[in-house]
Structure formats: C-alpha cells, structure tokens
Design a protein around this ligand. Structure first.
Ligand code: ZN
Length: 131
C-alpha cells in the first residue's frame, strides 16, 4: 500500500548552488548527502514534514540525470511514493501493462529498496516506488 509521497526528485546541475534556496530561503536542513554509484548521481535530501526533496546532481556525463538535464534542463525529475510492499506495487503495475524500468527493486539512496516505472505509462511522470 502507498502511504505517502516519500520524495520529489529534482535534477540540478550543482547541489552546491541549488541547496542555497532550500537552506537559506526555505530554512530546511540537509539530512543526508550521498553518492549513489549505481545511478551515477550525488543526492542531497531535505525534509519537509513526511516528505523529502531529493536534489540529484550527475556524477558522470552518461548518467541518466545528465541526459535529463541536457534534454529538459533543471526541474522535477520524478515523484517517489512510499510503499510497505514494493514487490506488490511492481506486480500491480506489471498487471496493468505498465513499462517497468526495474523489474525488481534496486538499492537506492539511504539503502532503501526502489524501482522506477517508465513515464510512458504514467502520464509523463517518471514514478518511483520506495520501500
Ligand atoms: Zn528518488
């Protein structure tokens, strides 16, 4: 079951530059900064109630985030829903004929199990399940 929006992923050229808005203007605290080698990104998480803002900076020109920035520029990259059963969410999506980017969960930032759905089946929004 989906409990809430876990985080919004925002693609940025530079976490160092982008974080100023979240820290100085919104007054949020960076809870964690981490490089996720499997996704070729550096991430920074800011907490807003039950939800987080995840800044995503590419660590390599071939990173999916680098491609996104090239094509679309900075902005909202994905929405992540928190679930207590990621396998069940993926099974439901598969039954509905959605295109899965990950057939089974991978380990994302913070050691969470995550999986992405292709935006083609989700009205153009890259969607992440996060357990
Ligand atoms: Zn995410």
């Amino acid at each position: 079951m989906i409990s809430n929006i876990d985080h919004l992923g925002l693609a940025v050229h530079s976490i160092a530059t982008a974080r100023v808005f979240y820290e100085e203007v919104l007054g949020l605290t960076c809870e964690a900064e981490e490089e996720v080698a499997s996704q070729q990104v550096r991430t920074a998480f800011f907490t807003v109630g039950q939800t987080h803002i995840e800044l995503l900076e590419p660590t390599d020109p071939t990173s999916p985030i680098a491609k996104f920035l090239e094509n679309r520029g900075e902005g909202i990259h994905h929405i992540a829903y928190r679930t207590d059963d990621i396998e069940a969410q993926l099974a439901t999506a598969r039954r509905q004929g959605l295109r899965l980017i990950h057939e089974s969960p991978i380990i994302g930032a913070g050691g969470k199990r995550v999986a992405f759905l292709h935006p083609k089946g989700t009205a153009g929004v890259l969607t992440e399940f996060c357990e």
